[in-house]
Design a protein around this ligand. Structure first.
Ligand code: UN1
Length: 513
């Protein structure tokens, strides 16, 4: 690992052998168990992090609540200025942070850098947004009345994020929530605790230099039980959770039980439809990156390729050929395309998906399997696989978080492909490859894709931060990141002001005393 400058990166990011995983900003403390973070890249120990106890959490939430009271009164553009400075630090530390993401999570170094770039982009977006937290004005039906709406800071926002985007998803939420005037408590994944501590170090330093009250960026660490401190806590008006559908259902119910707000960004089962009018070369690039990038561990990863029978063999051969070019190995080595899965449990799930698809009658086109030998000692490196399958197979209906691509054939009209594309419970990302305007527009129409993201002539993954990110059905319905996703981090208020000497009632009601 030292070959790739990991030691130096850890130092630059202020990480120690044992780190506190509970912080209210300036103050670091944790009294829970110690968890160790092992790299899926080489199986080596990266560091240890102390977890958050219930008592620790009480300190965090009360500091966050107190901090919020001050932070919310600071003008939004001034909050934006703090986020701008935080972003300067991200730009300065892009390489070490990208490296740590790659080493702790296992995605390629290029993708690690890309993830930090998403943080930088959303911060830029948030700085501009800090002057654009606009409400509307309306014309009152009553004479001498003015009506408008405004957005006020919401309170303490709880953020639960997953291992696969260990830093970007936090920033999509925090960068917006901070300019919106909220305090944030983050529980990152217990599989990637070092990246969480690294991010909190950066925020804590910049915030403290700017005299931001303590508690505006807080970190808590541990498994789902630590997450439950927040989901069940009515002092946390919004929970933003990114992860599995299973987790999302538990979080949603806990938050709903207290009538809190939740923003859920859960699993996908993303498909690319390939029509007879598709550019095959671009289809292959989009599909391969979508299926094997991040070792198939993006919520936007391409899981299904729905190909028209007229071009089926051509696409099948081209993609099988392309898979032969994929280099699997240490993700910090930029010659490799694909790194390891996050851990051995993920390897098990991947292997069981391959068994299941065969048991259901699927045909393996590109053999999977676990890689052994030099460089693969962590036991987490697997071969990206392709299977011919049918959409109704139980395994095809489920999201397997790994590099397994299902090839599905459709016949006749595009409607048949759309039926398959929409015929799953998830609704995150979707794409069509076609040069036919009618097909593209039908795919985007009300009768087309039912997903939160629908792309034409690009793949399913790699969304830009400027758009609202999220999906429908079991994906959870939430939208993070760009467009007007910021609104969920604020409370909305409609204001009506009467500047006359009378008191006319709305709807023309007469009430004479
Ligand atoms: C995720 O996998 O949780 O669209 C986020 C993409 C990335 C984000 C993925 N920008 O693939």
């Amino acid at each position: 690992a030292t070959d790739f400058g990991i030691e130096e990166a850890l130092k630059e990011l202020g990480l120690n052998e044992i780190n506190n995983g509970t912080s209210t900003g300036k103050d670091w403390f944790s009294n829970g168990d110690v968890i160790a973070s092992y790299s899926p890249v080489d199986g080596e120990l990266i560091g240890k992090v102390k977890t958050t106890t219930k008592e620790d959490y009480e300190k965090v939430i009360s500091t966050a609540q107190k901090g919020f009271k001050k932070w919310r009164t600071m003008p939004a553009p001034q909050r934006g200025e703090v986020v701008r400075q935080f972003n300067d630090e991200l730009r300065r530390l892009k390489e070490p942070l990208g490296k740590l993401v790659s080493y702790e999570m296992g995605k390629s170094y290029q993708e690690g850098l890309g993830e930090v770039q998403e943080m930088i982009d959303i911060c830029d977006f948030a700085v501009g947004l800090s002057r654009q937290l606009h409400g509307l004005t309306m014309h009152s039906e009553r004479p001498g009345h003015r009506m408008y709406e405004q957005y006020h800071p919401l309170g303490v926002v709880g953020i639960i994020s997953a291992f696969n985007f260990p830093v970007a998803v936090w920033s999509w939420n925090t960068a917006l929530a901070w300019v919106c005037g909220d305090a944030c408590i983050w529980k990152g994944s217990e599989k990637t605790p070092m990246t969480s501590v690294a991010c909190q170090n950066i925020a804590a330093r910049v915030f403290s230099e700017n005299g931001v009250p303590e508690g505006i960026s807080c970190l808590i660490t541990g498994d789902y039980k630590v997450g439950e401190f927040m989901t069940k806590d009515d002092r946390v008006p919004l929970i933003s959770a990114t992860g599995s559908i299973r987790m999302g259902k538990i979080v949603a119910q806990a938050v709903a039980a207290r009538l809190g707000k939740s923003l859920l960004e859960l699993g996908g089962n993303n498909a690319i439809i390939v029509t007879p009018d598709a550019n095959i070369k671009n289809t292959v690039i989009g599909a391969v990156f979508g299926a094997v990038g991040t070792c198939g561990q993006r919520c936007t990863s391409t899981r299904r390729l729905i190909v028209h029978e007229d071009v089926y063999d051509k696409v099948k051969n081209a993609i099988v050929d392309a898979y032969k070019q994929i280099r699997i190995g240490n993700p910090l080595d930029e010659n490799n395309h694909v790194g390891p899965l996050i851990d051995k449990d993920a390897v098990k799930n991947y292997l069981s998906a391959l068994e299941k698809v065969e048991a259901e009658g699927g045909k393996i086109l590109v053999e999977g399997g676990v890689l052994k030998g030099e460089g693969y000692e962590s036991g987490c490196y697997v071969k990206p696989a392709i299977a011919e399958a049918e959409n109704h197979f139980d395994i095809v209906q489920h999201e397997t978080f790994g590099p397994v691509l299902y090839l599905l054939k459709y016949k006749g009209d595009l409607q048949n492909a759309l039926g398959m594309q929409n015929g799953v419970k998830q609704g995150l990302s979707s794409a069509i490859m076609t040069n036919n305007l009618r097909e593209a527009e039908r795919f985007l129409s009300v009768e087309g894709s039912d997903c939160g993201i629908a792309n034409v002539n690009i793949g399913t993954s790699g969304a830009e931060i400027g758009g609202a990110f999220g999906g429908e059905k079991e994906t959870g319905g939430g939208r993070e990141s760009g467009s007007d996703a910021w609104k969920i981090y604020m409370r909305r208020q409609t204001n009506t002001i009467n500047y006359t000497t009378e008191l006319p009632l709305a709807q023309g009601i007469k009430f004479d005393l």
